[in-house]
Design a protein around this ligand. Structure first.
Ligand code: NAG
Ligand code: NAG
Ligand code: NAG
Ligand code: NAG
Ligand code: NAG
Length: 630
């Protein structure tokens, strides 16, 4: 039998004491958390998280997001041969020529190397394997606004007008020039417009994708070609331009939905024609959501799955410019709809040092506890060409209206239809079972927790100033607010403009919490995890009050018996956690270094797919050496 060593008794006493004090702390905390009277009225509300057994759906979504992140991080590679192997496993080919240089550049720049982070490149380039390389080279050479690299030197051929278009071209040229000495010879035709340009009908795309899949082979070493052929042929003999047809006049919805799969809800739904009144709004939880909150971000962003977007997002009501082709041509741009076929590159606005978009390279906001627990949004009423007949369907107008306490209060009391606003429809309080509506109406709450306003009404026909006869009575035009002041607020909704939002990277890098709704895809999509790095929101915004209610609660601090301030329903720590995780992560994987490494990988792949020998081209340096070592 083992005897107890004498000294243990002292340890045991200490243990017991420790346990005792822990229980006191627990009991004390429970005491503090008892519900306390508000203005003399007792709070008789049961525990607020009754939907799921004792849990709010957002708790669960945050937990799942974290698990997801650990799974992805486990795939990080730290040496050339495991990176090359991860490539072969995921892509089914040898890496492109120059992969070793890419890998060492990535290591030098301290880039997190996870093959999944480059998925967008393969999604975008895959169909081009079905187009003859020679045709691709010629198209790329002849399209307007081309950035070219020859012998390690980047240059540009464009007549883009001065202003926004030229700025974007310059920024992209600068981005390319940063890595020019490592780049193969390429011609990169650029779309500098806000709106995306290419929609190949799904059936055709499906054929192209099949061709790509069948071309995937890990070819035997003796057959591998390791050097690109270059672009001398098109430089010496550019040939005639290949005609590309551009459509502009039709409704964008009808041009776009041909890119949706035949079995998707949107494919056969024609464009709407009557845009008066508020857009259709889900009467319960958005489809596919987890108790009302976004759980599949890819699906939430996809217009093919949500035909309602044809009449509730400016892109489909009336874009400022449409110039769309249905043929597959290589065009690079900063954002696109999931159904578009552009090749994504990091947006010029993320490269610029212009503080209007970045908030300033070194300004990311104060510590969390020093910020206002409120919602801030400023922006112009862009998103398309809003007019008297259809402004009620534009997403930016809707966001600002739904955050406006007065408008919401008027809607709640609307005798013609309870919950009907001019450009939104409120859901019943029963749907999201908010904490806050147990104490006050939505309007009163919004008055105290939001500051959202347009800075320009972008009227059409133009009035030449910020005023706009058909929307003036609904919106107060406020001064725009530098991003560094916006960072003084904890909650920053971020939604599309004419296309993606150029502020997003700045918001992610800030100490505030971005709440994101979009229908646009960007280069960084596979590296950002919803509910871990940002809060995802449905494009109808019906979940917005649920989101804000979870994080901000009633917004009214009450003093409990112990003299502590508590806010009913608030999950301030959860908000801080996502805000900080997003910031840390953006500083790890959305740096300019990360953008150029993405760009370098993309252009190496693009150079391969433009090469007549593309099926045999590859990097096998890692295999040689490992075979030599055996
Ligand atoms: C890119 O732009 C920055 C800022 O204007 C400049 O300092 C840098 O030299 C440019 N880089 C290249 C490669 O042109
Ligand atoms: C458009 O819809 C509104 C409200 O739904 C309706 O009152 C109006 O009559 C419709 N206009 C046309 C031209 O159908
Ligand atoms: C999310 O939705 C997309 C599109 O419907 C689907 O392909 C994907 O499997 C879904 N993801 C999950 C995890 O359910
Ligand atoms: C928006 O309204 C204007 C004016 O009625 C119309 O010309 C435009 O085509 C509308 N948008 C769509 C997609 O019909
Ligand atoms: C809020 O709505 C009211 C009523 O429509 C309007 O008068 C006011 O200007 C709006 N406020 C803002 C900031 O847009």
């Amino acid at each position: 039998m083992a005897r107890l060593p004498r000294r243990c008794s002292l340890t045991s006493i200490l243990c017991v004491l420790l346990l005792l004090s822990l229980s006191f702390i627990l009991i004390g905390t429970a005491w503090l958390w008892r519900r306390q009277p508000l203005n003399g009225r007792p709070l008789t509300v049961p525990h607020s998280q009754e939907r799921q057994p004792n849990r709010h759906p957002i708790d669960r979504l945050m937990e799942t997001a974290e698990t997801e992140w650990y799974k992805i991080m486990a795939k990080e590679t730290h040496d050339l041969s495991s990176a090359a192997q991860a490539y072969r496993d995921r892509r089914g080919r040898h890496p492109p020529p120059g992969f070793d240089e890419w890998f060492s550049a990535a290591q030098r720049l301290d880039v997190v190397i996870i093959e999944d982070f480059f998925d967008q490149i393969y999604h975008d380039l895959a169909p081009f394997w079905a187009i003859e390389a020679r045709i691709l080279r010629r198209q790329a050479k002849h399209l307007p606004h081309v950035i070219s690299v020859r012998k390690g030197k980047a240059s540009m051929n464009t007549d883009a007008p001065k202003g926004m278009a030229r700025d974007r071209m310059n920024n992209w040229l600068n981005m390319t020039a940063t890595i020019q000495e490592w780049l193969p010879d390429v011609d990169i035709p650029i779309n500098f417009m806000d709106e995306s340009r290419v929609v190949v009908p799904w059936e055709e795309m499906n054929k192209y994708m099949k061709v790509e899949r069948s071309s995937r082979v890990i070819i035997p070493l003796p057959d591998v070609v390791t050097a690109l052929s270059g672009l001398e042929d098109v430089d010496d003999n550019p040939g005639e331009p290949i005609t590309v047809e551009w459509a502009g006049a039709a409704s964008y919805w009808d041009l776009a939905r041909v890119g949706c799969a035949p079995d998707t809800p949107a494919r056969e739904v024609p464009a709407a024609t009557n845009f008066s009144g508020p857009p259709p709004t889900p009467s319960g939880f958005p489809k596919g959501s987890y108790y009302g909150f976004v759980q599949n971000w890819t699906a939430a962003k996809d217009p093919c799955l949500q035909p309602d977007l044809r009449e509730s997002h400016g892109t489909f009501i009336e874009p400022i410019s449409i110039s769309t082709t249905h043929s597959l041509v290589p065009i690079f741009g900063g954002s696109k709809l999931p159904l578009n076929n552009e090749i994504l590159i990091p947006p010029a606005m993320y490269w610029t040092e212009n503080p209007f978009f970045s908030g300033g390279e070194d300004i990311h906001g104060d510590d969390w506890q020093n910020k206002k627990s409120r919602v801030m949004w400023r922006g112009s009423a862009s998103g398309g060409r809003n007019r008297k007949e259809n402004w009620t369907r534009f997403h930016r107008h809707r966001l600002v209206s739904m955050l406006n306490g007065t408008q919401v209060r008027l809607a709640e009391r609307n005798p013609e239809g309870p919950g009907q606003g001019p450009n939104f429809v409120l859901q019943s309080y029963q749907t999201y079972r908010l904490t806050v509506t147990r104490y006050m109406d939505l309007g009163t709450w919004l008055d105290s927790v939001t500051d959202a306003a347009v800075v320009h009404l972008v009227c059409f026909p133009g009035t030449g100033n910020v005023k706009c006869p058909y929307t003036d009575s609904y919106f107060e035009v406020k001064k725009s607010l530098d991003m560094k002041y916006q960072y003084g607020y904890k909650y920053l909704p971020d939604i599309d403009g004419n296309s993606y939002s150029g502020r997003y990277r700045g918001f992610l890098r800030s100490t505030s919490l971005p709440i994101k709704a979009t229908i646009y895809s960007e280069w960084h999509d596979s590296r950002l995890i919803p509910w871990l790095h940002f809060v995802p929101m449905d494009n109808s915004f019906v979940d917005m009050y649920g989101i804000l209610d979870y994080f901000i609660g009633t917004g009214v601090a009450i003093i409990n018996e112990e003299g502590d301030k508590v806010v009913e329903g608030a999950h301030d720590d959860a908000a801080k956690k996502i805000a900080m995780a997003g910031k840390d992560w953006a500083e790890r994987v959305l740096r300019k270094e990360d953008m150029v490494i993405y760009m370098m990988r993309l252009l190496m792949e693009y150079a391969r797919v433009c090469d007549d020998q593309r099926t045999r081209l590859g990097f096998v340096g890692d295999l040689d050496s490992s075979m030599g070592a055996e």
